[in-house]
Design a protein around this ligand. Structure first.
Ligand code: AMP
Length: 224
């Protein structure tokens, strides 16, 4: 059975970091809509140019654009044996569209990562990422980023343009308004699990693996 996993949770919950670790172990692609948009911005495509201003304000790119991007990505051969979606769906309309895209495929497993808001603000305002490969430079303080190369690719480190206090507050507001309702959308499903994300990375990874194993066992046992 293909593992079709989605990671819910607010910005800064650790979805990307956990999705990357988990995908590497399982040999399934991590599909991050934020990363895809940032690549489009870098490449200067039309979608990228339009998305940049929206992302810099902390708002959401339109459902139509996002659903189109994800539909195309899920059609690729490497996503046929499972995937981890990070950052999608972010609205009920996106979740409904994803359910339609999943017709004829194995059911979704949904993991919601919860983290208290104060901790999210602390994490996002001190987050350092690579300007080349986009990976998160865990443990590097912004004051040291200029003198520290990316551990993965040697690229220059930076802070994301939307990781400043005003935009962080807007993103959390948008999360509460548009994305948190997805917990209600999914929570009645037998494959929904919640994981507490304000713990050391390895511990979150362990609990995530356990939650996925538990949800999948249930699926194999015949539930939805
Ligand atoms: P992320 O890297 O997931 O924090 O996403 C960064 C930004 O990209 C968000 O603040 C949105 O502006 C945009 N974005 C990413 N995924 C979506 C999505 N599923 N729907 C709408 N906007 C998105």
């Amino acid at each position: 059975m293909a593992l079709n996993l989605i990671m819910l949770g607010p910005p800064g919950a650790g979805k990307g970091t956990q999705a990357e670790r988990f995908g590497r172990h399982r040999g399934i692609p991590k599909i991050s809509t934020g990363d895809m948009l940032r690549e489009s911005v870098k490449a200067g495509t039309e979608i990228g140019l339009r998305a940049k201003a929206i992302m810099d304000r902390g708002e959401l790119v339109s459902d139509d654009v996002m659903i189109g991007i994800v539909e195309e990505r899920l059609d690729k051969p490497d996503a046929q044996d499972g995937f981890i979606l990070d950052g999608f769906p972010r609205t009920v309309a996106q979740a409904q569209a994803l359910d339609r895209l999943m017709e004829g495929r194995d059911p979704l497993v949904v993991i919601d990562i919860t983290v208290p808001e104060q901790e999210l603000i602390r994490r996002l305002s001190s987050r350092v990422v690579c300007s080349d490969c986009g990976s998160n430079a865990e443990g590097v303080d912004p004051s040291q980023m200029k003198s520290t190369p990316c551990k993965k690719c040697g690229g220059a480190l930076k802070q994301r343009s939307d990781d400043n206090e005003a935009v962080i507050r807007e993103r959390l507001k948008v999360y509460r308004r548009d994305t948190q309702p997805l917990v209600d959308y999914y929570k009645a499903r037998a494959t929904f699990r919640s994981v507490f994300g304000a713990q050391p990375l390895d511990r979150v990874e362990e609990e995530l693996s356990f939650a996925v194993a538990h949800a999948t066992k249930h699926l194999n046992g015949g539930g939805r």
